[in-house]
Design a protein around this ligand. Structure first.
Ligand code: HEM
Length: 426
């Protein structure tokens, strides 16, 4: 897809710039003339939404830091001051805390979209693995960010999770003392987490650039999973088609985001985090943020501490191998009727794990968590085997053909968009 540039400087000034630093050409080739499959649905707007959320988190974070004090004696009070005394401090903080949740909501939709449409398959393996790296970095950033207000959940969440790393053989103790900066979670830990929480989003931004570079090199997948064959028939230019759709989706997403911020800003948080950290009083239930719950459920489902840690990290690491685990030659689940059933069972399984992560690890809950953990990993084994035996549905000959078929079904004019769309080079 990364073919020759179609940019032509329109005047002397842009010609002068183009021959010295072809930055306008870069923007034009990636965001204007870049050809996108004409059949993309709204699930393809989440990459844009994620980019927007990353910028929003960095901007609100940088403003919060202007008022926040990373010290165990002052952190909690400085956050309360942001909420009460700083002009619009409450807004910036609620945007940032709910923004983290919205960011994870979008990334989960983005990941499940990739899994449903087989976007990880060749030649998009590196694009997918970069995504898994981003996901891990997001989790690290969110975990460390939650510690900063130095409330009860901050402190005890950090204590429980960092202690787990101590179970790792050989390196465990070293990692633990490096993270803690002492013998328990304390002021040096808060300082380290603050420093890393500020750094990681910029690392994410760097990996996102690689992610989008890889994407633009191989071109986007699409709901049929059939590659672009004829750029003139199968694609439309990014601007205005994808730009307008992305902006519309972003506005709708922001309405939901704003609803949380303005109507129920603490719904996704935990009341205990409005109580200052107290190392002498353990809360009754230590619960992480909702976006960690499925992994927390896996951790607690395994009877041994080390086993739990390995399965928890394994549940993310296994995603990186998906391009090779899934043996089917068909990408999209739309054409894999049997695999599709297992896929939706996997989605329900992940949601159930999330629910179980918030329940006490006892009785029926723990049994359910074990069954769900088993299916989580079994899904990958199923994909491995199923691809060798299943009979997929007949794929359309091309993207244009599939659009043509669905337009006919709806009585719409055949390829009306194609006639209207300016044609682009690949
Ligand atoms: C900060 C987080 C992320 C950002 C800003 C981001 C950005 C994007 C953008 C702009 C696109 C193109 C538009 C689209 O397909 O929606 C994209 C595509 C893609 N992303 Fe991400 N992404 C992020 C995280 C992830 C993660 C965590 C994964 C997987 C683990 C992932 C896997 C993919 C794949 C496979 C595609 C290609 C989709 C296709 O062509 O069908 N991304 N991403």
């Amino acid at each position: 897809m990364s073919g020759h540039s179609s940019y032509v400087p329109s005047n002397g000034f842009t010609r002068w710039i183009d021959s010295r630093l072809p930055i306008i050409r870069l923007v034009h080739d990636t965001a204007v003339s870049y050809p996108v499959p004409r059949n993309l649905n709204y699930f393809w707007t989440f990459g844009g939404i994620l980019t927007f959320m990353l910028v929003a988190q960095i901007v609100t974070g940088v403003v919060l830091v202007m008022h926040y004090t990373p010290h165990a004696e002052m952190a909690f009070t400085s956050v309360e001051m942001i909420m009460r005394d700083v002009n619009y401090g409450w807004l910036i903080r609620y945007l940032h805390s709910n923004g983290a949740s919205m960011f994870f909501l979008a990334v989960y939709i983005h990941i499940f979209r990739g899994m449903y449409y087989g976007s990880y398959k060749a030649p998009r393996e590196i694009l997918w693995i970069l995504g898994v790296v981003i996901f891990l970095l997001m989790m690290a950033a969110a975990f460390m960010g939650y510690v900063l207000p130095w409330g009860q959940m901050s402190f005890w969440g950090a204590t429980v999770i960092t202690n787990l790393l101590g179970a790792l053989p050989v390196v465990g103790e070293t990692i633990l003392s490096l993270l803690w900066g002492g013998y328990s979670v304390d002021n040096p830990t808060l300082n380290r987490f603050f420093s890393l929480h500020y750094l990681i989003p910029f690392m994410i931004a760097g990996v996102v650039i690689l992610h989008i570079w890889a994407l633009h090199h191989v071109g986007q997948n699409n709901p049929t999973g059939v590659e672009v064959k004829d750029v003139r028939k199968d694609t439309v230019p990014f601007t205005p088609y994808a730009t307008v759709k992305d902006v519309f989706a972003m506005v709708c997403f922001c309405v939901v985001f704003a609803w949380f911020v303005f109507y129920t800003p603490n719904f996704l948080g935990h009341a205990d985090n409005y109580v200052r950290a107290n190392p002498a009083a353990t809360p009754a239930h230590i619960v992480p943020e909702w976006y960690f719950l499925p992994f927390y459920a896996i951790l607690r489902a395994i009877p041994s501490k080390l086993g739990g840690v390995l399965f928890m990290f394994g549940s993310i690491a296994i995603l990186a191998f998906l391009p090779w685990i899934d043996t089917s030659r068909v990408r999209s689940m739309d054409y894999r009727p049997v695999a599709k059933v297992f896929f939706w069972a996997f989605v329900i399984d992940a949601i159930l794990l999330g629910w179980l992560g918030a329940k006490p690890a006892e009785g029926g809950y723990i049994i359910m968590a074990r069954i769900c953990t088993f299916y989580y990993f079994a899904y990958f084994a199923i994909l491995l085997v199923l691809g060798l035996f299943e009979t997929p549905k007949k794929l359309p000959a091309s993207i244009a053909d599939s659009v043509l078929a669905s337009s006919k079904g709806h009585g719409a004019p055949v390829l009306a968009g194609a006639a209207a769309a300016p044609q682009t080079k690949g």
